[in-house]
Design a protein around this ligand. Structure first.
Ligand SMILES: Cc1cc2nc3c(=O)[nH]c(=O)nc-3n(C[C@H](O)[C@H](O)[C@H](O)COP(=O)(O)OP(=O)(O)OC[C@H]3O[C@@H](n4cnc5c(N)ncnc54)[C@H](O)[C@@H]3O)c2cc1C
Length: 258
């Protein structure tokens, strides 16, 4: 749909598909199978009587989903002129550093070095805050945190020149700290509802690292395939590539856009 999903509900019977997905832009799409991989609190905040009654059909699932916890982080993005490349460096020419002193930051990356990009048109540096800093400042806005983080950063790297541009980004749902518990995580990485026509997955069902994302993606893909093979889905909608609603963008969701 390439839009923000606002609701997942049942589709009127005469339309053939099982699910009607609505977006905040006011558009609708009808689908045989829906795979949701957005952060669990955002999943639970979606509208749709059928979505919520499907969740409530599995004993303990809503309670399990409500217990999922995430850490929160701010990222400070700094942009530099090409002329500053010689001054903006890390010891040994490293592309990243983990920060373990009293700073609110825990991670710093020189994007050009990490990605092997030359600095002739400028370059950027990304700095992530610690979980503790994210938790203490969760309700602060990005605008309010920008000068605070810039001030901390100038103390961390006093010899670096000031950037020509900077912005702050907040991840309210950054990495999963308490994933969906085993008791309700029925596919070990996804949960199939309504005969598998509604699949819930994403890193909340595993862990927020590469292994966790691959496991969630494989589990979600297997759940969708099982549903396709078991039932008589897809006899109504065409073409094939339009039969999936993907509310999510990265690893887990990408695996299912076959
Ligand atoms: C700052 C940070 C650093 C990280 N560092 C690492 C690392 O170094 N190594 C590592 O392995 N992992 C890292 N992770 C974790 C990794 O990014 C996640 O585990 C991974 O992205 C999870 O993939 P996913 O597809 O499950 O969910 P997500 O990538 O969270 O995708 C969910 C998608 O759903 C979309 N969405 C939300 N609401 C809606 C809606 N209503 N409608 C439509 N779409 C919606 C979101 O925009 C998002 O694109 C990091 C995460 C963060 C935030």
């Amino acid at each position: 749909l390439e839009a923000e999903v606002s609701s997942v509900d049942s589709c009127p019977r005469e339309h053939g598909c099982r699910w009607r997905v609505a977006t905040t832009a006011g558009t609708n799409g009808d689908f045989d199978v829906v795979l949701l991989t957005l952060p669990v609190p955002q999943m639970l905040a979606l509208h749709g009587e059928a979505l919520h009654s499907a969740i409530d059909e599995v004993e303990g699932l809503r309670e399990g989903l409500c217990k999922v916890q995430y850490s929160s982080r701010f990222c400070l993005a700094l942009f530099y002129h090409p002329a500053d490349a010689a001054a903006v460096t890390l010891p040994g020419g490293a592309g990243l550093a983990y920060i373990s002193n009293d700073s609110p930051f825990c991670y710093l990356a020189l994007d050009n070095i990490r990605r092997g990009i030359d600095t002739s048109e400028g370059f950027s540096v990304m700095v992530h805050t610690t979980r503790q800093f994210g938790a203490s400042n969760l309700e602060q806005t990005e605008e309010a945190m920008l000068p605070v983080l810039q001030q901390h950063f100038s103390k961390l790297m006093p010899h670096w020149p000031p950037p020509c541009h900077a912005f702050c980004h907040k991840w309210r749902y950054s990495q999963v700290t308490d994933p969906v518990c085993k008791e309700v995580n029925s596919n070990d990485g996804s949960v199939s509802l309504r005969g598998g026509s509604l699949v819930l997955s994403g890193d909340a069902f595993t862990s927020s690292n590469v292994d966790g994302c691959l496991t969630a993606a494989a589990s979600a893909a297997a759940a969708v395939l099982l549903c396709c093979r078991a039932g008589n889905h897809f006899k109504y909608c065409a073409p094939f590539t339009k039969r999936f609603s993907l509310a999510g963008k990265t690893s887990a969701s990408n695996m299912t856009s076959f």
